[in-house]
Design a protein around this ligand. Structure first.
Ligand SMILES: C[S@@+](CC[C@H](N)C(=O)[O-])C[C@H]1O[C@@H](n2cnc3c(N)ncnc32)[C@H](O)[C@@H]1O
Length: 198
């Protein structure tokens, strides 16, 4: 209970609301074509489940990639009520991405485990599958993390913490134009979100 009330676990919970807001902003008023979303390292996909069940009228399709079969199986169960709207890929995202185009590409809880080199490699790949006018949004823990010592010493939870400037530099290295990059955060200021407009 004590640990789960700290800044880092709060930040992880906050990213669900952040994803929901993104889905709202991309889908609201969209009448002509469905919204296609790529969810990279989707985990149990409870975030998607809650949003779709709350917004059944929005025409949104999700492709989810995750390397862990148990995560995929759990996610499939949770997304059963709207299974026609979700495709799951049990794959390593560094080796495979669906050959489609997306209006929104989202990844939380993955990039802060990657080295800078792999970060840039994967970001480039995600930018390549994002349609013109679409957006890539990637979460990464910030260097402002009051829970860091506790996480590392007691939880063996070691992440690549990155500053806003560092995220911006990596986006530039991946080929994003400077004026397409924005870095935002959730209310704790612990989880940053790198946005790249295509
Ligand atoms: C911390 S969870 C994040 C889940 C969810 N996106 C969230 O925000 O809570 C990280 C997920 O990344 C997946 N993952 C790790 N490395 C991966 C890779 N190379 N390719 C695909 N999925 C990967 C893990 O299996 C796990 O489900």
């Amino acid at each position: 209970m004590y640990f789960h009330s700290q800044a880092a676990p709060n930040a992880v919970r906050n990213r669900k609301a952040y994803f929901h807001q993104l889905l709202n902003s991309h889908s609201v008023g969209r009448t002509k074509a469905p919204l296609n979303v790529l969810n990279v390292a989707s985990g149990p996909a409870r975030d998607m489940r809650e949003w779709v069940l709350d917004n059944p009228e929005r025409e949104v399709f999700f492709d989810c990639v995750d390397a862990e079969i148990h995560a995929i199986e759990r996610a499939k169960k949770l997304c059963e009520p709207f299974a026609k709207r979700v495709e799951f890929y049990h794959r390593n995202v560094l080796r495979f991405l669906p050959a489609k185009g997306y209006e929104l590409v989202w990844s939380a809880g993955l990039f802060d485990y990657l080295t800078d080199r792999t970060f840039v490699y994967l970001l480039k790949a995600l930018m390549a599958v994002t349609k013109r006018g679409g957006e890539v949004v990637v979460g990464n823990f910030s260097d402002h993390n009051p829970s860091r010592d506790y996480m590392e010493l007691l939880g063996d939870w070691v992440l690549q913490h990155r500053t806003r400037d560092h995220l911006r530099e990596l986006a530039l290295e991946a080929g994003a134009p400077a004026d397409s990059i924005e870095v935002m955060w959730e209310p704790e200021g612990v989880n940053l979100f790198l946005h790249i407009r295509r």
